[in-house]
Design a protein around this ligand. Structure first.
Ligand SMILES: Nc1ncnc2c1ncn2[C@@H]1O[C@H](COP(=O)(O)OP(=O)(O)O)[C@@H](O)[C@H]1O
Ligand SMILES: [Mg+2]
Length: 328
């Protein structure tokens, strides 16, 4: 039915081993030394779609995005981009991948070198593409226009732009590589609401024009609802629900998704669900279902002992929860 996916993530893990000194400072207990930030994530992305990745702070969204781009080496698992195994690429293959898969960060100011002009910032990726000096000048001007900035401002420094304009520069820098996939990690979270809408519109226009594929990370559910074709909900390093966008917002299936949506402003008529228990720590994730210590819908011991496998409930709707089987 559908073409081969652009991106395929298979049972991906990223655990951070904490250095001893940090460990003794950060922890009162002993024996825990590994942050299980990403814990067995699988999904696929079709060319041209936007997958929204939501979840509370600390659920592993950024780590997942960065591991997919091989900015972190994985603990285990597989990522395929355009059919190629990303973690087994040789140097030339990795360079090509790094060109085709770009990241846009939350804080454009921190990610732009303050001592370089926009022209210099854009020159780096353009040079990597092998453009001549003259071509670089032309392309830099075209990129500025494409992201809604004046080419006359190419010789300004990042601090001379507003927050929204800086994010446009961050996007231009990503586009300079001619990417196919963009991981956008909270790209509008640091911006004023009015500016957020402009950047969202820009990302949508660029997707239309260039056929881009987005992994869009955000804790803002209304932004994700607006932008995404599908949504993945992360909890403690795992995807607990993955669904086409509207069905997920209309009828969330996983108890965690229900709680998350009920706590969000403007997401409908739902009764607010207050989660019990401590917020989760990826230093000491519970056995069984990661959500069971706070879950209002525990079905039995199985929740405490077995990790639920994702089951398909209707068109493209995956849920990892013992409420929904699998049938015994
Ligand atoms: N480089 C790192 N070293 C150790 N722990 C990390 C590192 N990066 C993230 N973590 C931890 O991994 C967990 C997931 O973090 P992160 O991926 O940033 O979550 P999110 O983006 O959903 O807020 C958190 O507990 C965080 O403290
Ligand atoms: Mg993050």
């Amino acid at each position: 039915m559908s073409a081969a996916p652009l991106l395929e993530v298979r049972d991906l893990y990223k655990h951070f081993v904490l250095p001893r000194s940090l460990l003794s400072r950060a922890l009162t207990g002993q024996g825990h030394r590994v942050v299980q930030a990403v814990n067995g994530v699988s999904f696929a992305l079709q060319q041209g779609e936007t997958l929204g990745l939501v979840g509370e702070s600390g659920s592993g969204k950024s780590t997942l995005g960065r591991t997919i781009l091989r900015l972190y080496e994985p603990t285990r698992g597989e990522v395929r981009f355009d059919g190629q195994d990303v973690f087994r690429l040789d140097a030339a293959g990795l360079r090509r991948f790094r060109q085709q898969a770009q990241i846009v960060f939350q804080n454009p100011y921190a990610s732009l070198n303050p001592r370089k002009t926009v022209r210099q910032i854009l020159a780096v990726p353009l040079a990597l593409r092998g453009l001549s000096r003259r071509e670089r000048q032309e392309e830099a001007a075209a990129l500025m226009e494409r992201v809604g900035l004046s080419p006359q401002h190419l010789d300004r420094y990042p601090h001379q732009f507003s927050g929204g304009q800086r994010q446009r520069i961050g996007i231009a820098r990503a586009l300079a590589m001619h990417p196919r996939l963009i991981v956008a990690d909270e790209p509008v979270s640091a911006l004023d609401v009015s500016v957020q809408a402009q950047i969202i519109n820009l990302l949508e226009d660029l997707q239309q024009e260039l056929g881009l594929t987005y992994l869009f990370i955000s804790h803002d559910l209304s932004v994700v609802r607006h932008l995404s074709t599908r949504v993945a909900v992360m909890y403690l390093g795992q995807i607990v629900e993955l669904s086409p966008t509207e069905p997920l917002f209309e009828e969330p299936l996983h108890p965690y998704t229900r709680a998350l949506l009920s706590a969000a402003p403007g997401q409908g008529r739902r009764e607010r669900i207050i989660l019990q228990g401590a917020p989760p720590s990826p230093l000491d994730p519970p056995p069984g279902c990661p959500f069971h210590p706070r879950c209002p819908a525990v079905v039995g011991d199985v929740c405490r002992t077995d990790r639920p496998a994702p089951v398909l409930l209707g068109e493209g709707r995956w849920v990892a929860c013992h409420l929904y089987g699998p049938p015994a």
